[in-house]
Design a binder for this molecule. Structure first.
Ligand SMILES: [Zn+2]
Length: 115
């Protein structure tokens, strides 16, 4: 497997994961819909986020289980990190990577709006 390197639209946030994910998550909850999120799940230990601390903007909503991060400069929603959610999983917006690396992967639809 080859590692994937992605970035937000302006390039201020760089993301590296060790390989393509096994599947892509499409969720219909309000947060995923309104942020244009298409997810992939990772153990936080293997994800590298490179960004100046002041470029990342955090958003915590509702059940406060996760923190959603976006780039202050270009607005791209790049990743989320767990708060009260299980600490061994974080999300990366697969759209930060070139589509050639992920558009062929299986899509798992999650009915987050009705959980
Ligand atoms: Zn950016």
């Amino acid at each position: 497997m080859v590692e994937l390197k992605g970035q937000c639209h302006c390039g201020a946030v760089q993301i590296t994961v060790p390989s393509p994910p096994e599947e892509i998550i499409q969720c219909n909850c309000s947060l995923c819909r309104k942020s244009g999120w298409t997810g992939s799940f990772w153990n936080p230990d293997v994800v590298e986020i490179q960004a100046e601390p002041e470029i990342l903007n955090s958003y915590v909503q509702g059940d406060k289980m996760i923190t959603l991060w976006n780039c202050k400069r270009c607005g791209s929603h790049t990743h989320w990190t767990p708060r009260t959610a299980p600490p061994d999983r974080m999300g990366v917006n697969i759209k930060m990577f070139d589509a050639g690396h992920w558009r062929h992967l299986p899509v798992r639809k999650v009915d987050g709006a009705n959980l």
